[in-house]
Write a new protein. Structure first.
Length: 491
């Protein structure tokens, strides 16, 4: 697991004094616990919809493909918005989005079943996904400021485990709540989100750091100077070049392979409760199967990440895809609550999700100067694409049956993913610290050049250049779940 580090440098002399600062959060295990709780709640509410889909399908008489389309609306709103938010959060203060994301995402998820009609339901699902999208890009940079300095790795693991646990437990909790109290009282489930939001504000976790405010001021000054015609003025911020990214064939193929993998994972997440409901099982039994899949995914992610350090991402990814393919087909063949089916479902979840850490490492090596954006593509775009593709599985299920549709989807998509991974040449393992030092040197050099070029201009431009030089010496906060020193590098 990569360590997340935090810059503690004060705002350097000569930089514009950042405004809008409040009481800064402290490094403590209590604050790490609050961040883990916030992560738990954020991912917890995003797992409501799969359990509610059988009820929604029965209430509105919709088909499998239409059920998948509802989840697609949620997923597209949540996953495809994350990379742009991450890019903006690197340059501007968006910390306030974290508590608002927990609050609004929780409220909208809890009131889905209060919708008077299907149109209103779709609107609430869309808003739930959109509001939930802001948590992950912003929360990781906040986490860097509260980690105990001597236990960064373990503290980061606690934070990540909070989210995984929330997503895995939500199906059983929601199904049990509905069986006990009914769907009309599901709105009461928003209370933990309200409590967590209040706790975030009490601990000042949403307060932006002086470094972030300094970068925002420098970026604003640079934009103003550039608009005024000072072409030499540059922040050295290392902005992502989308053109360079999409011209990388290896990166495109890797994204495609992970997207096909996500097709299997997302189809299982969406359709397992529906499938077991169709077979006559209770909502609790269907939710239990989903939890088995998700716990397998949690374990697979941890094991896959550890194995990648020893065997490299390509071997581990091929192995995990192969395990997911065979165990997924066995599960879909029997599709019951027998021990064999549950073991295969667990291993299938571990296989399809075990490739996620590997994909992130692989993407970092392919795009070392855009590690944060590459990772957001692995974590956001590919999963969003998977939920979009799951609509095709639902459409096929309307014609040949959901069990057969899932069987053939697993067979075809994972086979394609294995072929795509096999044809990619794995890049050599590189020392990430080299990229960090090179990027830092490039940023510092560009900032110094900008300051020298601006000396002949007005006093306002000189002040802005000093801010840029100061910003170039400060380690940027990351808006992704990756180490901030990797998250912003100079192209």
């Amino acid at each position: 697991m990569s360590e997340i580090t935090s810059s503690t440098n004060p705002t350097p002399t000569g930089a514009p004094a950042p405004t809008g600062q409040g009481k800064q959060p402290v490094r403590s295990w209590f604050n790490v616990g609050v961040m883990a709780l916030a992560h738990f709640m954020s991912d917890y509410y995003t797992a409501f919809l799969p359990v509610l889909l059988p009820i929604i399908a029965n209430q509105y008489g919709i088909s499998y493909s239409e059920s998948a389309a509802i989840y697609m609306v949620f997923s597209v709103a949540m996953n495809f918005v994350q990379p742009p938010i991450g890019l903006v959060a690197d340059q501007r203060n968006l910390n306030y989005i974290m508590p608002l994301s927990v609050l609004t995402g929780g409220v909208f998820a809890s009131i889905i079943m209060l919708s008077p009609n299907l149109v209103t339901l779709l609107l609430i699902v869309l808003l739930c996904g959109f509001c939930s999208s802001g948590f992950h890009p912003v929360s990781a940079s906040i986490l860097t400021r509260v980690l105990p300095l001597k236990s960064k790795g373990f503290a980061t693991s606690v934070y990540i485990a909070g989210g995984n646990l929330g997503f895995a437990l939500a199906p059983v909790i929601v199904a049990g709540f509905i069986e006990q109290f009914g769907q009309n009282l599901l709105a009461m489930m928003a209370l933990p989100a309200i409590f967590t939001t209040i706790l975030i504000y009490i601990r000042h976790l949403q307060v932006p750091s002086p470094e972030l405010l300094a970068r925002a001021a420098a970026a604003k000054a640079a934009k103003a100077a550039k608009k005024a015609g000072n072409a030499a003025f540059d922040t050295g911020s290392g902005e992502v070049s989308i053109g360079k990214l999409i011209r990388s064939k290896q990166f495109i193929v890797l994204n495609s392979a992970i997207a096909f993998r996500s097709w299997t994972y997302c189809s299982l997440v969406v359709f397992i409760p529906l499938l077991f409901s169709e077979k006559g099982y209770s909502s609790m039994e269907g939710a239990t199967c989903l939890v088995v899949l998700l716990i397998g995914a949690v374990v697979g992610g941890l094991v896959g990440g550890a194995l990648t350090d020893h065997f490299g991402p390509k071997k581990v990814t091929l192995g995990s895809f192969t395990i997911a393919l065979f165990t997924g087909l066995i599960f879909m063949y029997y599709c019951d609550l027998s021990p064999l089916s549950m073991i295969c479902l667990f291993l299938c979840g571990a296989g399809v999700y075990g490739s996620t850490p590997n994909a992130i490492v692989w993407a970092q090596r392919l795009m070392p100067n855009n590690a944060a954006f590459a990772a957001s593509m692995m974590l956001g775009f590919t999963f969003g694409a998977g939920y979009v593709e799951s609509v095709l599985t639902g459409f096929l299920g309307d014609f040949i049956g959901l069990q057969d549709a899932l069987f053939y989807s697993i067979l075809v998509t994972l086979a394609i993913a294995i072929v795509l991974i096999a044809i990619i040449k794995e890049p050599p393992k590189e020392d990430i610290e080299v990229h960090i030092e090179a990027a830092a040197a490039a940023v510092a050099a560009d900032a110094a050049n900008a300051a020298n070029a601006a000396q002949a201009d007005s006093a306002e431009t000189v002040s802005a250049a000093s801010a840029v030089e100061a910003t170039g010496s400060v380690a940027p906060e990351s808006s992704s779940s990756l180490p901030p020193e990797q998250a912003k590098s100079k192209n």
